[in-house]
Design a binder for this molecule. Structure first.
Ligand SMILES: NC(=O)C1=CN([C@@H]2O[C@H](COP(=O)(O)OP(=O)(O)OC[C@H]3O[C@@H](n4cnc5c(N)ncnc54)[C@H](OP(=O)(O)O)[C@@H]3O)[C@@H](O)[C@H]2O)C=CC1
Ligand SMILES: O=C1O[C@H](COP(=O)(O)O)[C@@H](O)[C@H](O)[C@H]1O
Length: 496
């Protein structure tokens, strides 16, 4: 069955089609949308890059990457259908006259969707080029990749350049974590379950931990990463977005503006971290050589293209406070890093301890309930609860055991494929649904907060603490919680 109505016919212009993101994620996602019959039959996909290439050569390049980066078996019919939609146009994004290649698409009746899979520093050039070619109209949508800029000032410059030609309702700022099923599920979990909705504040929650760990290193992106660092690459966007979904007030509706308004209020309530408190609330690290899954890996400064003096952080741990009524006194601990033992992203909500322990004979210290949301991999939700150990004897017949209520997505939703985040987000752009995209206010508020930390780090002149690849980061990150009588949950070690 072909569900033509699921998206409008569009010309999906993929700027930077030869880049890492386009090859690894975007082209394979378009293939999955085709497979699910979610692309309109008239939709075209137009790769744009500065290399001379024929349509046929482009189709070949796209096919190779779709085969390479799809983990499931390729459906040849689907692939053939998708490849017939592809065109290639040569544009050097800095050459204004090159953009006239877009004219035939602008003259079609299809909606033009322009995905900027390029460094943000050239977003402005692309907008100028499209204007120069006269292809901009109010129906055109632009998709901007993160991070937008490297601080508040530069992000304002980029946002202004784009705003010169496009209204906010034409601009789709991607944070691909918002397209992940499990991140979206945070909204369902919180607001569709009274057991959580009614216990989601400082009265019931002791603290929150958000960990986004990666076992990969820099993967050939040293030049980009060394300019960015883990704070700009991951915290400014992905981790703060997760935090806002956990901390926001209930939105009035699921409309984009309702959710975005609530998220921005959380960002505004983040307690500033600056030179006065940076030392007690932040830890940054840089990996040295070590072992991942038993295989020796180089340190950050030994990666290809690296220099030997960089002080860029590859690990960040933070204690974050939200100064509002709901979260007063509830710390949110964030950690993220490259070359940690495995790829695993989790949110763990620690509830408060029972005020009185009825079971102290068998359990002198009752552990608190814990809600673990496994964002990836092995997606699922888990609640630790205390249970009576079955048996006739034991301390007053009441021996307890910590047990888990475990919902595994792969077991519960056996027939459902978990879509890649980019599939969901590309489809939403085609549908004109902005709910899962980031508003300019959010980006700028996040930068305001992050800039405070980056400035304080710069002023302190302290180098990042070394940590061995394959460990959970510098020792200081353990101390960040230990000094408050808490500990990081034990991160799962997966095969990735
Ligand atoms: N890769 C990833 O996993 C992720 C990337 N992103 C973001 O996506 C964007 C793209 O990243 P990524 O794909 O990794 O970067 P790459 O450097 O791999 O790709 C960027 C592409 O832009 C092209 N480009 C740059 N300047 C010009 C120009 N003047 N004219 C024509 N083409 C040009 C490059 O072409 P050429 O090859 O000719 O230089 C290249 O194909 C960035 O904003 C990044 O932050 C976000 C999340 C994840
Ligand atoms: O945006 C980015 O995200 C990836 C991690 O994304 P995931 O979906 O694989 O968890 C990260 O590796 C990259 O450095 C960063 O730019």
């Amino acid at each position: 069955m072909v569900l033509d109505n699921h998206s409008n016919p569009c010309d999906f212009v993929l700027y930077g089609t030869g880049g890492d993101l386009a090859r690894r994620k975007l082209l394979p996602s378009l293939y999955q949308l085709e497979k699910a019959n979610l692309l309109h039959k008239e939709t075209r996909i137009v790769g744009a890059a500065r290399q001379e290439m024929t349509d046929e050569e482009y189709v070949q390049m796209a096919e190779e990457n779709i085969r390479k980066f799809n983990s499931d078996a390729i459906c040849e019919d689907t692939l053939k259908r998708l490849l017939t939609r592809l065109d290639y146009i040569k544009i050097d994004f800095k050459q204004m006259d090159d953009y006239k290649a877009l004219k035939p698409y602008a003259e079609s009746k299809r909606t033009m969707v322009c995905y900027f899979a390029t460094p943000p520093s050239i977003f402005g050039d692309i907008c100028n080029g499209m204007h120069h070619a006269g292809v901009i109209d109010p129906s055109l949508r632009v998709v901007l990749e993160k991070p937008i800029g490297h601080d508040l000032e530069s992000s304002k410059v980029i946002n202004d350049q784009v705003a010169e030609y496009f209204n906010e309702d034409q601009i789709y700022r991607i944070d691909h974590y918002l397209g992940k099923e499990t991140v979206l599920n945070l909204i369902a979990l919180r607001f569709a379950n009274s057991i959580f909705t009614n216990n989601w504040d400082h009265n019931c929650i002791d603290h929150v931990q958000i960990s986004v760990a990666e076992s990969v290193g820099i993967e050939g992106r040293w030049g980009y990463f060394d300019e960015a660092g883990q704070m700009r690459d991951m915290v400014q966007n992905h981790l703060l977005q997760i935090l806002t979904l956990i901390a926001m007030e209930p939105p009035a509706t699921l409309e984009a503006s309702s959710i975005r308004n609530e998220k921005v209020k959380v960002l505004k309530a983040l307690r500033p971290i600056n030179s006065t408190n940076v030392e007690e609330n932040t830890v940054r690290g840089q990996y040295v050589n070590g072992f991942i899954n038993g295989k020796e890996v180089p340190g950050y400064l030994e990666e290809p293209d690296a220099n030997t003096v960089s002080q860029t952080e590859t690990f960040v741990a933070l204690k974050v406070e939200i100064d509002n009524w709901r979260w007063a006194g509830v710390p949110f601990y964030l950690r993220t890093g490259k070359r940690l033992p495995s790829k695993v992203s989790e949110v763990v909500i620690y509830f408060k301890k029972q005020p009185h322990n009825l079971f102290k004979d068998s359990f002198p210290s009752l552990p608190p309930n814990k809600l673990t949301i496994r964002l990836q991999p092995d997606e699922g939700v888990e609640v630790t609860v205390m249970n009576k150990l079955p048996g006739l004897t034991g301390s007053k017949g009441m021996d307890l055991q910590k047990t888990k209520l475990n919902l595994s997505f792969s077991e519960t939703f056996k027939d459902e494929r978990i879509a890649d985040a980019y599939e969901k987000l590309i489809l939403d752009v085609m549908l004109g649904n902005q709910t899962l995209f980031v508003h300019r206010d959010e980006v700028e508020q996040a930068w305001t907060w992050v800039d405070g930390i980056m400035d304080a780090w710069r002023a302190s002149n302290e180098p990042p603490a070394p940590y061995q690849a394959g460990t959970w980061g510098p020792v200081a990150s353990i101390a960040l919680l230990a000094k408050e009588g808490r500990a990081w949950y034990e991160g799962r070690v997966t095969k990735k």
